[in-house]
Design a protein around this ligand. Structure first.
Ligand SMILES: Nc1ncnc2c1ncn2[C@@H]1O[C@H](COP(=O)(O)OP(=O)(O)O)[C@@H](O)[C@H]1O
Ligand SMILES: [Mg+2]
Length: 342
């Protein structure tokens, strides 16, 4: 059996503050197979970025991290010094939202792309050929000319594609992309992501793609994990999850997507506001917004339990599956409806 690209078990993260500590991750479990892509989706503040940062030891200073993170079998939480540099430079590639923060403005694109290879004493001619191929793969037709240009001569969108090529260049085990295309317009976003996906798939690099956009994750990734309040509340293969969601939060996110083919006067949203992991005490974290909550949900945190297609953290997922209960957000959301659950 091959070792997964990424294996996270019961990841908990607490940020130490001047007055009190704040819980940020409350037990994240995630496995990403070799060459597989997983979308990590959820509203702002659900812990997506912190999960990625923990993988490469970039949690805020003073954070307390527990659980286990393995990248290609190696303990990432224990990595220090040279092992950590190898993890960040070779095993894991980070794709940032802002390429200008990652690319040295004073050096030509070609030098930027070949830098790591030069430092490692590798065959520069071979790396250069591969770099040009990757730029082509990212849809950059005049790659040779771009190699001799400086970052200020290029648009943000072009630099973003160059940065992605640079991250793929050392053939990492895993790339971590945190809202990498949010600064681009919507059609360019999915184009860039699909090109990235083709290239990383061809070389067997796995990917965790963080986004608040469920549609984008479903379009690009083979698996999608939905986060809420510092936990994964549902995970499954993208197409199956789209058709057979088993957690009310996933159902709500699917229902609140803007329609592609027709215009609605109002897009239905999930009523209420997201719960911060720091405010979670007991029971189900989605309780206050859930239209099908029952008394048990106030007392007992649901475990991430197998469903027909993946896993879900809901006491009623079997009833959702059988159709004996339906999840309708339009019927809830009033203050009165929330009062009786709390
Ligand atoms: N540097 C920090 N110090 C303290 N708390 C933080 C810090 N960064 C993020 N948080 C908190 O951690 C939680 C998760 O944040 P984050 O992972 O960035 O969410 P997401 O990426 O899903 O929007 C949020 O509630 C946020 O307020
Ligand atoms: Mg984030």
């Amino acid at each position: 059996m091959t070792v997964p690209a990424l294996s996270i078990e019961d990841l908990r993260l607490t940020v130490r503050g001047p007055k009190s500590d704040a819980n940020v991750l409350l037990g994240v479990d995630l496995e990403v197979g070799r060459g597989e892509s997983v979308g990590l989706v959820g509203e702002s503040g659900s812990g997506k970025s912190m999960t990625l940062r923990a993988i490469t030891a970039l949690a805020p200073p003073g954070s307390h991290v527990s659980g286990s993170i393995r990248v290609a079998g190696t303990d990432a939480l224990a990595a220090r010094g040279r092992a950590l540099r190898r993890l960040r430079g070779r095993e894991v590639g980070l794709i940032f939202q802002d390429p200008r923060s990652a690319i040295n403005p004073t050096r030509r694109i070609g030098d930027f792309l070949l830098e790591a290879s030069r430092d490692a004493g590798e065959d520069l001619a071979a790396t250069r050929v591969r770099a040009v191929e990757l730029l082509h793969g990212m849809g950059i037709a005049d790659a040779e000319r771009r190699m001799s240009q400086y970052p200020f001569e290029l648009s943000g969108g072009l630099l973003q594609r160059i940065m992605i090529a640079s991250v793929l260049l050392p053939r990492p085990t895993l790339i971590l992309a945190d809202e990498p295309t949010t600064a681009l317009d919507v059609t360019t976003q999915s184009d860039v992501l699909l090109l990235t996906d083709d290239l990383r798939r061809a070389q067997g690099t796995a990917m965790v793609f963080v986004t608040h956009d469920l549609d984008l994750a479903l379009a690009v990734c083979s698996q999608v994990a939905v986060m809420y309040a510092g936990m994964i509340v549902e995970i499954g293969p993208a197409q199956e999850l789209r058709r057979q969601p088993r957690h009310p939060y996933t159902i709500g996110l699917l229902a609140s997507r803007p329609p592609l083919d027709r215009r609605l006067s109002r897009i239905p949203a999930i009523p209420g506001i997201p719960l911060a992991a720091a405010s979670f005490t007991s029971g189900c974290p989605f309780l206050a917004r859930c239209p099908i909550r029952i008394e048990r949900c106030q007392r007992e945190l649901p475990a991430l339990t197998p469903t027909a297609i993946g896993r879900a953290r809901c006491h009623r997922s079997a009833e959702i599956a059988s159709g004996s209960v339906s999840v309708d957000f339009s019927a809830t959301g009033s203050a009165a409806a929330l009062d009786d659950a709390q």
